[in-house]
Ligand binder design. Sequence first.
Ligand code: CP
Length: 301
Amino acid sequence: MQMIGIKNLYDIKQLTKQNILDIFAKADEYNINRHSNILNNKIVANLFFENSTRTLASFEIAAKNLGANVITLNIATSSVNKGETLQDTVDNIAAMGVDYIIIRHGVAGAIADIAKQNNNYSIISGGDCANQHPSQALLDAYTMQKHFGSLQGLNVVICGDILHSRVAKSNIDLLKNFGVNLTLVAPEVLLPPVQAREDIIKYTTHLDDALFGADVVMCLRVQKERFSDDFTLSIEDYKAKFCLNKARANIISANSIIMHPGPVNRGVEIDSDVIEDKKSKIIEQVSNGVLIRQAILSLVG
Ligand code: CP
């Protein structure tokens, strides 16, 4: 098996454009035949310190489709609750003999810190705080490429809580290297600080304007759990100005697509009838997530 020369994956910026295309090509192979024995006799451990439905289940199914044995530590009943650190938890799981550890953690950079040690196993990020979610960016871009054939020149609108979103950050880092025109839409307080903004990205507080000419509209959840104590946002005002409702979804063309990484807060960032709209790729994103995570487990290590 030809690997891409990366032992750990914790930041989408580690990957070259060619690495990403190789991952997409491998995902295409798994789209034809999901099952392989390339991870026979390998052990994949899932350590998810933050809640997850899609990423956790998807990595588990991906690993099993490749023949691996999988353990998923229940953090809520683990010795983390007796004060054990992330490092000690990882070291102890590793000592039992694992080949991959998939980690989701609430501290930005914590997964990278573990990965940068000289370990005899691979670390793959399942998302760290508001920092990075590389496998999500890969499955999102893969979903766009499958629909449009290429990412080059696409007009992509990302609307929602950009400030607190690891999904937004990873998507931006990936898409800007593929000639995508990016527009970020949010209330001013949920956009990146002015000093952190990039010239090649458009920033706006007007969703209706941004939708004209959009090929992709990606809605993001408002992440109240990441708000600081002094942060205020009117959800009613947010819904009125930023919820992708049917009228707004009708602004984009019939061949445009609507995406959301999940979990969805129906009626806040996107309405239920838009989730069910034929432009919606939200469930396809989840299916593609298994293919992409199989590709990651096949090519990283
Ligand atoms: N998209 C995503 O990361 O979903 P989960 O939090 O359910 O894993």
